[in-house]
Design a binder for this molecule. Structure first.
Ligand code: C2E
Ligand code: MG
Ligand code: MG
Ligand code: MG
Length: 277
């Protein structure tokens, strides 16, 4: 059964089609109207300074407020959106929404830096740099309040082209973080030619680490390497005081995780900041 046939048709499920494929078709159909129906939402998750626990920024994370299924997390729809080519529209919208939020917070006296995830497809568009510049102009933000999170795989095909894009935006003051670091394929020698500001250590290393095992050694090595390269380090997935103690000991700069806050709507984040969390 082709995608074409399934487009407006929920009855195509038969024995030969796996439940997974059927689910995917349903999601695809719904995703097509989600943007138009304004069903996407941006949530924000706090990042704190590891030494002081003072808020240092937030990460913008997309959610899909589905009319029947409720709040759908990105892992359940972004890969499908990517196959459909819709990911670039979602990334465009999240970027603009996050920058409008930066402006609002800044006007209210909260100079929070906001990190926005950029998919590989979005980064590889030839108009990527112009899109970011345009959003910065339209929203009137200070570019230093914007940090873009990219992953190692953006540089697999053409590292020179990737570096050029990074440099064009860095000139404006936009910062870059390498997300999920440690899970990809980038060689360490490549990293030194890559003009980024921050390494985000993937949560899998922190989660499994009890402070003495191999994962803890990896975390330690990544932090040491980042220091050598003059990069700041953010650890994501910090859920316990014990994990916080380990990364503090190793000199990690910023932390993000359920210990501080889950991703929440902008208004909830504002309430947290007001209460001095
Ligand atoms: P990510 O960029 O690595 O974001 C961190 C993920 O870890 C988020 O999941 C966050 O909710 C989760 N997390 C943070 N702290 C903890 C913790 O202490 N424990 C646990 N168990 N999880 C924690 P989320 O929001 O479900 O997003 C998943 C992924 O979807 C993101 O991973 C990112 O790769 C992608 N994503 C989210 N929003 C966007 C977007 O607007 N554009 C693009 N291209 N990708 C996005
Ligand atoms: Mg991220
Ligand atoms: Mg990450
Ligand atoms: Mg991740």
């Amino acid at each position: 059964c082709s995608k074409e046939e399934g487009r407006n048709n929920y009855q195509i499920y038969d024995d030969t089609m796996s439940q997974g494929t059927y689910q995917q078709l349903v999601i695809e159909t719904d995703l097509r109207s989600a943007m138009e129906n304004q069903e996407f939402k941006v949530f924000y998750q706090l990042q704190v300074d590891v030494d002081t626990c003072i808020p240092s920024g937030v990460e913008a994370l997309v959610r899909w407020q589905h009319p029947e299924r409720g709040l759908v997390p990105p892992n359940e729809f972004l890969s499908i959106a990517e196959e459909m080519g819709l990911i670039v529209d979602i990334d465009d919208w999240v970027l603009r929404t996050a920058c409008e939020q930066i402006k609002k917070w800044n006007d209210a006296g909260n100079a929070l830096q906001v990190s926005v995830n950029i998919s590989r497809k979005q980064f590889e568009r030839k108009e990527f740099v112009d899109i970011v510049k345009q959003v910065i102009r339209d929203t009137g933000i200070n570019p230093e309040h914007l940090k873009l999170e990219i992953t190692e795989n953006i540089a697999i095909i053409n590292i020179a082209a990737a570096v050029k894009k990074l440099q064009a935006l860095k000139q404006l003051g936009v910062q870059f973080a390498l997300d999920d670091f440690g899970t990809g394929y980038s060689s360490l020698s490549q990293l030194k030619n890559f003009p980024i500001d921050t390494l985000k250590i993937d949560q899998s290393f922190v989660k499994n680490s009890n402070g003495h095992d191999e994962d803890a050694v990896i975390v330690k090595l990544i932090i040491a390497m980042a220091k050598t390269l003059n990069l700041t380090v953010t650890c994501e997935g910090i859920e316990t005081e014990a994990q916080l103690a380990v990364i503090r000991e190793e000199g990690c700069n910023h932390a993000q995780g359920y210990l501080f806050s889950k991703p929440v709507p902008a208004e909830a984040l504002e309430r947290m900041l007001l209460c001095g969390v």
